[in-house]
Write a protein that binds this ligand. Sequence first.
Ligand code: BGC
Length: 802
Amino acid sequence: MHPKDFREQALNFVAQLGLEEKTSLLSGSSFWDLQPIVRLDFPAITVSDGPHGLRTQDAFRAGHLGLTDSAPATCFPTAVTLASSWDEALVREVAEAIGHEAQTLGVSVVLGPGVNIKRSPLCGRNFEYFSEDPFLSGRMAAGFIQGVQSKGIGTSIKHFAANNQEGNRMVIDTQVDERTLREIYLPAFEIAVRESQPWTVMHAYNRLNGVYCGENDWLLGQVLRDEWGFEGLVVSDWGATNDRVAGVRSGMDLEMPASGGLNDTKVAHEVVEGSLDEALVDRLAGRVVELMLAGQAGRVEPQETDFDAHQALAERAAVQGAVLLKNQDQILPLKPSMKVVVVGAFAEKPRFQGAGSSQVNAAQLEAPLDRLRAAVKAQGGEVVYLPGYDVEFARHDPALIADAVEAAKSADAVLVLAGLPLLFESEGFDRSTLDIPSQINALISAVAAVNPRTVVALSNGSPVLMPWLGEVAGVLELYLAGQAGAGALARLVFGEDCPSGKLAETFPLALEDVPAQADFADHPRRVVYREGLNVGYRYFTTYKKPVLFPFGFGLSYTKFSYGKAQLDVARDDLSEPVRVTVAVTNTGDVRGAEIVQFYVRQKGASVFRPDRELKGFAKLCLDPGETGDASISLDRRAFAFWDDEAKRWRVEPTDFEIIVGASSEEIRAVLPFRPAVDASYNSRGAFGIDTPVILSDEQLCALGLRVTAPEDSRPFSRNSTMAEIRGHWLGRRIYAKTEKQMRAMFSGATDPVVEKMGQEFLKGLPLRALQTLSSGALTEKRLDMIIALLNGHWITALRSLF
Ligand code: BGC
């Protein structure tokens, strides 16, 4: 049952509560638990990360984050791998399994999926997000939410909204024009909300156009609730609360984690003072109670998780998400009777998930080397292994390369396991380059120089450069394939399964080619999305810019031919969706799946429109010689752009083309269509057809976005970060104390990546977040005094003592 089904019961419950009890519900009781009402025997519920498996631990309640020692859970492939499967049913199945594990661990809400758009390939958290495309992200998210919620467990779609970088995420002001928000950054949330009603939406840390997301009336009220009809609860990202009272006014229901009651008291005080309507508190408390009732109803008798079954599912998902990027002379699949030299320390210690809050304590974990050895054993083959680099840092080490080269010379084939070591990408910081470590690049080139039958298998959470692409025969992108990635690798490399994944993002040729880089994580307080709609393939295809691998691209061991595509238009005014169908035949020798993509292009538009936009896809799994129909329907919205003057979606009566593609660049059919709709539209010029790629302040202003100057870092305020106060004598002391406290929170972590993440997290932490960290021990008065002292206002500081 959904929380909304408990509305009446919740209202009755709230009616029995006093003001303090009601406000107590508006924040958690610990890091992961909501607030119980002990007087009425009303138990709390527990929430838990995260998107590709659970990170749950009893010790959480003792107050530490448990990044490395949560309860064993299945680590499914990360979002980037899942999205490359383009398989909504598979995502739903994975999510059902996560929901089941949540039931067994007593978790009522899973904190995922993450649907932020991959604006730049450098965002440290891209592995946790699905795609650069909003439609694909939205479909994946809808499937995930339906899967988890079918088990009576809630989800929390995150991070709402425009949280597309890790750098200074807690204070940054993301400035984006409305059309770009509506067409790029919001639709994934919109699709998921409209189609699958997540129990909760997690608001992002950042500000959006000057206002913190958790206090943003437009975002939480107008868009989320009024327009999309969201029926669930809004929860803060952990420690994101800036001004709780403002949050209450905007309908931000639940603050997490606990702030020691500090903010609840503030809210109650405002009610008593008469400046906050108690009815508002009732509404928010009611939504918290609805969520808790739904969570309680979803509880089942503790049952065992069949980890073997989930391992098998994780392997199947990892197979479906792997993308074959190069296969010269059909080097793949390798024969299991071959002598294969396996190079790369990931063979022993796989890179299978990303670091940060999504990190799962994998219930099972196979080493690729073991699975590769097992695959050749019965067939008389041989696997010889050389590490080639150290797994943590991939430091410069010519001797490791020399050993690998020696072994590679006599091999029938070389398989290099390459990619990004854990330390290179994580929640909490962004990457600074697209390069993989130079040791690994040099290793690949060196072995390929002595053995042209070299295949590279990549494990990384987002795009990398491949300077050796022309030197190797094959490349298989596994991304971060989860705990069963080893099995997927072995099955694909030796042809037990046929690769069918396609990229859910563009691999650029160089970082400079990505328009977002004009303004990405380069200012501590502000980021302006000057590239507007020019995100991912929308940009590369519109401006005909070459890329390393395009969005939607992926090879197979078999071949597919496309028949004639057909358009079925019931009513050309789009009052009913149009249907597009294309027959696809597997003309090769093995069973395989093809992902057919449908893009819409508007010709003669009066405004700038990207050359093509994904509006549908279908995946067909076919035996050799078999034909199937890929068929989708396109509604009015599929043809529309956001008219930022009229504030509505608009379709123009011009020529359109529906493009059927095997990727965003491999067009198999083009179908013309002219809708009989609204009259033509005259744009204001900005975002007109001649819009430049990067918009100036003036052009953004014409689009309705007033770019504001970044906030000054002086005088110090509640939002000053640890990095900003560090130069001050008092700031240094606060920094050191907080660092100590954070170490305790990240306890058990000797892991260098947790250490690095902790450091970056600390630097970006605003002073106000110390109140939450101290569970309210840092009172408002003391915080004011600290700020006064930091600013050298001794008298004010003294006054605040009394
Ligand atoms: C992350 C969220 C996560 C939460 C709880 C935050 O720092 O941004 O995605 O769910 O922590 O771990």
